[in-house]
Design a protein around this ligand. Structure first.
Ligand SMILES: *Cc1c(COP(=O)(O)O)cnc(C)c1O
Length: 499
């Protein structure tokens, strides 16, 4: 070990035997040439997104990912260093994405990504900001992004937020703040025997259940009531709350859904907010994708009316705001409640009045992570480049395409809608007249066949005991022709299966 007291090592051989710059390129001109080649390949890939559906990863490519294996051709690439890794990125990585950049990808709820993400990713990697706190550009940018989202959602000035991995993490953060409002000594004492309960409609996302499990509350803490087209049965919610209070439990949170994952349905947020106010419950809205109907035209905008009355909102930029993965957001009406749940700064992180150690408040005081990536930049770049109005138009167009799909399904004799289309989700079945088991098997087979053929990506979900085909359209590249040809492909598959 070099003795630090001895001062800088004199010129001569490095005592550890390494060139201090060994992890930087040995030749910046070679690096530059290789990087330009890769950038062109990335742009080609996005420009040609329509010709690149999902495809399975060949065995040789999978095996070539092993560290040191040298890629799918066993390391015989031309050149070395950056030139060789760029070859491998182009050959073994670029072609094997999730396929969500393709215009006929509507599986699960996947955002498409935006070309602006290529620009922001370069800068993000270059500046390598740690957004846990301190005084630098990225944290100011994050505040700007959060404040923009706050206004979109209609939360009051002074509300706070933090960018996170996704709605799942946002939900944990929101429900922890809700729990600490109910039990202010929780951080010191733990929950002990105190019995908290939360309420939601039956279609609530698994993320809420998982959050309650992670917080140690257990999933039985969540009371689920029957849900209709406008959300949970309010009388059933009131009855459940009264029952729990009578039994000595402490109702603390009401979880509303703005855009259900299965059907794209919206709870009546005004009614949920009224109930939360009457009962003194924290209103959390899971708006993972649906919160962004705030940017859409009517009638879709109206679906999320009332979202600004929430105590907390969880949503994603990586789904219906199309920015590249990952980026979620939690917003909180009360900055004090948010801070009360997460602020924790040991001595080595004490705020400074000026210098890099300034910049209070720090984002590490509003969430789980201390070291944090620069998620704001890709959102900021997209918003500044395209503008909120164009984002909103893309969201409206996705809803129009889901409605078109719904009309095509309704008009096809062999197909049947499983539920009305209310936003961007269309769920339907083939073999409309067949028994449930046969319909489920056919829908599952068709989803797989169309994924493998590269024609379209539908996922499946269960509605009334039948596995149905499901399209969740959060894809700014989709056009009417894509929907038409996908439904034609479904009909052709259904005919082959005897429907
Ligand atoms: C996707 C989704 C989630 C989970 O969000 P992640 O960003 O995947 O963690 C929660 N709720 C709904 C309604 C969703 O669609």
């Amino acid at each position: 070990m070099p003795d630090p007291a001895a001062g800088p090592t004199p010129a001569g051989p490095d005592p550890v035997g390494l060139d201090p710059a060994e992890l930087d390129p040995s030749s910046w001109p070679d690096f530059r040439a290789a990087a330009h080649r890769l950038l062109d390949a990335c742009i080609d890939r996005l420009e040609g997104a329509r010709t690149h559906p999902w495809q399975p990863v060949p065995d040789a490519v999978q095996q070539g990912y092993a560290i040191g294996a040298g890629g799918s051709d066993g390391g015989s690439d031309e050149g070395s260093g950056e030139a060789a890794i760029v070859e491998r990125l182009m050959r073994d990585v670029l072609p094997y994405g999730t396929g969500n950049t393709h215009p006929s990808f509507w599986g699960w709820v996947h955002g498409t990504g935006l070309a602006s993400g290529v620009l922001s990713a370069m800068v993000e990697a270059t500046i390598n900001a740690n957004c846990g706190g301190r005084a630098h550009g990225a944290v100011w940018m994050e505040r700007a992004v959060i404040d923009w989202a706050r206004q979109v959602m209609g939360l009051p000035e002074g509300a706070s937020g933090v960018l996170v991995a996704g709605t799942s993490q946002a939900t944990v953060i929101a429900l922890q703040a809700a729990r600490i409002r109910a039990l202010p000594d929780l951080r010191e004492k733990g929950q002990g025997g105190r019995r908290l309960v939360a309420y939601a409609g039956a279609g609530v996302h698994q993320a809420a259940v998982k959050a309650l499990e992670l917080l140690g509350l257990g999933r039985e803490t969540l009371r689920l009531v029957a849900t209709g087209p406008r959300g949970p049965d309010m009388a059933a919610l009131r009855a459940a709350i009264a029952r729990d209070r009578a039994a000595g439990a402490l109702p603390f949170a009401l979880i509303a859904t703005a855009g259900s994952v299965d059907l794209g349905a919206f709870d009546d947020l005004e009614a949920m907010a009224d109930l939360a106010a009457q009962e003194g419950l924290w209103l959390h809205v899971d708006g993972a994708f649906g919160a962004w109907t705030r940017l859409a035209a009517d009638p879709w905008r109206g679906l999320s009316e009332g979202i600004g009355r929430a105590d907390s909102i969880a949503c994603d930029f990586h789904k219906w705001m199309y920015v590249p993965y990952d980026c979620g957001l939690v917003l909180m009406r009360s900055e004090a409640a948010h801070r009360a749940a997460f602020a924790a700064r040991p001595a080595y992180l004490a705020a400074q009045a000026a210098g890099l150690g300034g910049g209070d408040p720090w984002f590490c005081d509003y969430g789980i992570d201390l070291s944090r990536g620069n998620r704001a930049l890709k959102v900021w770049t997209a918003l500044e480049l395209y503008g909120a109005a164009r984002m909103g138009a893309a969201i409206s167009r996705n809803c129009e395409l889901a409605a078109l799909m719904g009309r095509l399904v309704a008009a096809a004799p062999a197909l049947a809608l499983a539920a009305p289309v209310v936003s961007n989700v269309c769920v339907f079945s083939v073999l409309a007249a067949a028994p449930a088991a046969q319909r489920s098997a056919a829908n599952t087979a068709i989803a797989q066949a169309l994924q493998l053929s590269g024609q379209a990506v539908f996922s499946t979900t269960l509605v009334d005991g039948v596995t149905c085909l499901r399209a969740a359209i959060t894809n700014h590249r989709s056009r009417a022709e894509d929907v038409q040809s996908a439904i034609a492909a479904v009909e052709a598959e259904a005919a082959r299966l005897g429907g």
